[in-house]
Every structure is written in C-alpha cells, then in structure tokens.
Design a protein around this ligand. Sequence first.
Ligand code: NAP
Ligand code: ZN
Length: 346
Amino acid sequence: MIPTKGYAAQTPETDLAPWNFERREVGPHDIQIEIQYCGVCHSDLHQIKNDWFPGVFPMVPGHEIVGRITKVGDHVKKFKTGDLAGVGCMVDSCQVCDNCKDGLEQYCQEGSTQTYNSIGRDGVPTYGGYSNTIVVREEFVLHISDKLPLAATAPLLCAGITTYSPLRFWKVGKGHKLAVLGLGGLGHMAVKFGVAFGAEVTVLSTSPSKKDAAMALGAHKFVVTSDPAQVKAVTGSFDFILDTVSAEHDMDLYLSLLRTSGTMICVGVPSRPYSIQPFSLLGGRKSVGGSGIGGIPETQEMLDFCAKHNIVSDIEMIDIKDITASYKRMEKGDVRYRFVIDMKTL
Ligand code: NAP
Ligand code: ZN
C-alpha cells in the first residue's frame, strides 16, 4: 500500500484537518500521480456537509487534480512517468454499458465511481485530491498541456468540463443569446466558453461588485438580479440560461427571462428540489434540462480546446491550512473565481 497524506473531514460537523491514509499499489493498468494542485469546487463543500446524501467519512474532497506521473503500470499505453496528468470527478465506470461505450462514463448505467465520497469497484472508499498522491486507472487520466499555467488548469477538470459539455450538447454559439446565472467557479468558465463559441453572453448575478470582472472575462452584458429594472430589460430575451447556482433560487423568475422555446440548462446542485410553476414552462414552450460533468473523451477535447485557445481558470491560490476559511468565502460567493490549493503546502 502507498502511504498518503491528505486533508479530511472526519464527520459532516468537523472541519478538514490533516489525515494519513493508504492508496492501493499501482496495478498493471494504473497510474500514480504526484498531485501539485487541486481546485476547490462548491461540490466539495456540499458533500462534506451531507447536503445531497449521507457521505462516506472520513472524506478527502477534491476532483480538480493536476500533477506529474510518478509511476505507471506495465500495461499502461498512453502515459509515461514524468508526464503532466489530470483527474476529474470520476475514477472508474463499468466500461461496457452503452453510455460508457459512447464516452459518457458519467452516465454509466452501473453508476460511475466518483473520485471521492464513493465506494470503488474494489469495495474500498475513494479519496480525492486534497492529498499528495493518487492512483487511478489509465482510462480516467487526462493529458494536460505544458503550454498552460498548471495551477489554473486544475479547475478545467470539473468547472471546465461541466460548462463546456452542455454548451456543446445544446450547440450554443453564434446567433445565440446565452445567460450565465451565477458568476462563480462554473459560471466564469461558462462565460469564457460561451464567448469562445461565439454567443452573446450576459451574466446574471446577485453581486453588483462582479460587473467589471465579468466584462473582463469577455461577457457582453451584466445584469444585477436584485434590480427589477435591469431584470425587466432582459425579460423574454435569452435562448439559453446556464444555471450554475449552488443555493435555492427563484426558477420562475429566471424562466421568465427566456424567449419563446428557450432552454434553461441546470448544472448547479442546490440541496433542495426546484420549485417551478407549470405556467413558467408552458407559457412560451420552455424547456428545463440538466447536465452532469462530461465523459472522458469530451474532457480531453475540452482540455485540448483550452490549450489551443489559451483558456484557463481565474484562480486564487491558497495554502491548504486555509481551506475552511476559503469554504466560508465561497459560501458567500466571494471568490474570483476558483480557489486552487497549492499541494506543496500540505
Ligand atoms: P461557486 O463558485 O460557489 O459559484 C456559485 C455562484 O452562484 C456564486 O458565486 C453566486 O454568484 C451564485 N449564487 C450563490 N447563491 C445564490 C443564490 N441564493 N441565488 C442566486 N445566485 C446565487 O460554486 P461552483 O463551484 O461554481 O458550483 C456551482 C454549483 O454547481 C454547485 O451546486 C456545485 O455542486 C454544482 N456542480 C455541478 C456539477 C455538475 O456536474 N452538474 C459539477 C460541478 C459543480 P453571483 O455572486 O454571481 O450571484
Ligand atoms: Zn466539481
């Protein structure tokens, strides 16, 4: 077994603290990565708080992992020791169902194995990227370009693919008016991709102070959602809204901003069910859809797109001992726009 250092929550009530554990030895199809940076996703906070379902504790969060490969198994073909590599939200799936065969491992019909807060197919709990090393089967490891700043690449593994995938699926681009609801980790990546795909992008935000930064990200318009006059001005105007909000919010209000036949794409995961008035949908033939992360082939496509177009996340680098304080700031929407842990501080 491989002795591993990490930060874990022992229960949903306790703060993260140093914790030593073991990872499996590198098997013939496995890759071991020395983790250099790990992004901090709002899903980490939801899961250590048991917001969605009872979690597997102790919990080592972290699914925006980048680092360098230190060991590869005998049968590994696509990677070698010394390569940069990334790991996102999944570390395994059945590999044989229709969805896995289609490169949609996140929708594996047996259920994909999450990078943490999951029981692996070997029966052992999975532990995430707030740690110094990880062992992952080759199929779930991504190639990372050395052309981009590595720390700012980490958030692409979740925030990046989670926004890239639905924008591609719904073919959002030239001629479309896209609204991004919530300017956090996911939201700021959605702005960058929406602009790169040619859409007119409006940010819908509860935070007036984010306006200048939103425009600097490439957004064309910024709407403060607490200002009725600003909201009225965009009512009935968007083809798509990408909803990245992590907390309860007024779906009827936001649906009213879609034009006829418009689509609301939900990627945020509040802990309570949405409430939607039927008239908000049928008055204007509106659709509500959802999307979960992205499959491995599309994640690689997104990383390659980012390397080609020089797209990374805007980050605030943190020391791992400041993780609890950073969660508190993230809960208040106070991060520009993704915390990334420098794993040297572990
Ligand atoms: P984040 O950085 O905290 O951003 C969320 C943003 O939502 C905030 O910055 C804030 O933006 C806005 N917001 C917060 N509370 C709000 C409220 N009550 N009403 C309206 N807006 C509010 O979080 P994140 O890491 O981007 O994650 C966002 C959500 O996506 C989380 O629920 C996370 O679990 C989920 N997620 C889903 C997937 C997936 O596969 N679908 C993958 C990753 C994450 P403003 O200040 O601009 O209002
Ligand atoms: Zn995430």
